[in-house]
Ligand binder design. Structure first.
Ligand code: SR1
Ligand code: MG
Length: 433
């Protein structure tokens, strides 16, 4: 994704960093090793999965599926389609971000962060997270359910596929995963202990830099379509806007509200017409609930804008945009109804309707602010999104990106005034004609 220019740090340096985090050595011997397509089947063969998922002596085959920014991903199965009857996904962390290279070190222990988050989410929302079959901390890997009947949502949206269950599922997933890990539900001491155990400083720092800081200053990791330069300079000159962004960054860094996913974009959702799975919570930590809601809404808005530049006929584009807008409304409506219901049933010591209303309004405002920042960073910062990047017509791409930048800026600016999700939908329609 245009991040190769950061490649080049010596591998020894990366190993030293991994070793510093104390996740790649045991008794002085290196046990961690990155798997390859030629070694992953042997790895699986040595696990108890032979005899549970797979039969003891069957032949295994591997495919390389990695296409995200960060990790190695393989599918291991007992044959190729149509003879395949069993398969798993092997997800392994590298000591750096895969799509950037060794110049972008990332700790191996992010797999343990992800494993923990999936375990907690499975407690409250088992139907919307992938099952973990096997976890190897030393190898920094998990073997997981193969969601081969699902697609990555961002890709499905680029084909204008509508997912009728998605918005309701995500509204419920957000409400339950966030409510049950917040102070509204948890015992005070337990929550504080969890906050301290689940700190994720290295990946939080990635978000602080890539989302909240670098896009708004000169930084070598940024890159953008040169035709956007004027618009970006306008954003960077707007002190009031920057102050709002800093306020939200402070919120991200200091508000340990609930165990959040931490990177809930449309590439972190796999789904089909009936089922939805939220994957990849390696950025998870106790942070502001609205960061998850806002990341999701911001990425839906990016797709909304991009639909106008795919060369679709007017009716198809308008119909798909209507579906995206309706999904945004449903996510928020289901989220807030479910959150209120959980609050009323489970939060006796917070029993106050006025405070509940205030709390939900604050979450809406913060979500829209975080969503606006997410939109801008995906155009200006290090990590872009394929929904905009794959637009081939230069003029259309520029138009879509300028529209998205304006959308992001307006979301941030208006976030403090909005009181109802319908006002956000009007804003989206006003900006993206
Ligand atoms: C090097 S990590 C870049 C981005 O990919 C992840 O999915 C996060 O969104 C992060 O900001
Ligand atoms: Mg990810």
């Amino acid at each position: 994704m245009g991040m190769g220019f950061l490649r080049g740090m010596r591998y020894e340096a990366v190993r030293a960093i991994a070793s510093y985090y104390n996740t790649s050595t045991r008794g002085g011997h290196m046990t961690y090793r990155p798997l390859e397509i030629s070694t992953v089947t042997d790895y699986i063969r040595d696990t108890a999965l032979m005899g549970s998922i797979f039969s003891k002596n069957e032949t295994l085959v591997a495919e390389d599926l990695a296409d995200g920014n960060v990790n190695l991903v393989f599918r291991v199965s007992n044959g190729t389609t149509p003879s395949k009857t069993a398969s798993v996904i092997v997800k392994q962390a590298l000591p750096y971000a895969r799509a950037v290279g060794e110049s972008f070190p990332m700790p191996l222990k992010r797999i343990s962060v992800e494993h923990h988050a999936l375990t907690v989410q499975a407690q409250y929302c088992p139907q919307w997270v992938p099952r973990v079959y096997y976890y190897d901390e030393e190898m920094a890997l998990m073997v997981m359910e193969d969601l081969n009947q699902h697609v990555i949502m961002r890709k499905g949206m680029m084909q204008q596929v509508q997912y009728p269950q998605f918005a309701r599922h995500l509204g419920l997933f957000l409400a339950r995963s966030l409510f049950y890990t917040s102070d509204l539900y948890c015992a005070s001491e337990v929550k504080k202990q969890q906050v301290s155990l689940r700190i994720n400083p290295e990946l939080c720092r990635v978000t602080e830099d890539l989302v909240f800081t670098h896009p708004f200053i000169d930084h070598p990791g940024n890159h953008w379509n040169p035709r956007l330069t004027e618009e970006i300079h306008e954003i960077r000159k707007d002190s009031h806007l920057l102050a709002q962004i800093m306020d939200l960054k402070d919120r991200f860094m200091t508000h340990a509200e609930a165990l959040i996913h931490g990177d809930l974009h449309t590439g972190s959702i796999m789904l089909n017409q009936d089922d939805t799975a939220v994957i990849d919570p390696e950025f998870s930590f106790y942070g502001p609930m609205a960061f998850d809601v806002g990341s999701l809404l911001g990425n839906l808005a990016i797709s909304y804008v991009a639909q106008g530049a795919y060369g679709l006929d007017t009716k198809t584009a308008a119909e798909y945009r209507r579906w995206i807008a309706e999904s945004i409304r449903t996510i928020w409506t289901v989220f807030s109804l479910e959150f209120r219901s959980l609050w009323s049933t489970n939060a006796q010591s917070w029993n106050n309707e006025v405070y509940m209303d205030q709390y939900l309004h604050r979450l809406l405002r913060e979500s829209i602010g975080f969503g606006g920042i997410e939109i801008i960073r995906r155009i200006v910062g290090l990590a872009h999104t394929v929904d905009l990047e794959h637009i081939t017509d230069n003029a259309m791409k520029t138009y879509a990106e300028i529209t998205a930048l304006r959308m992001g800026r307006l979301w941030i600016q208006r976030s403090n005034q909005l009181t109802h999700i319908d006002e956000l939908l009007s804003l989206i329609r006003e900006v993206a004609l």
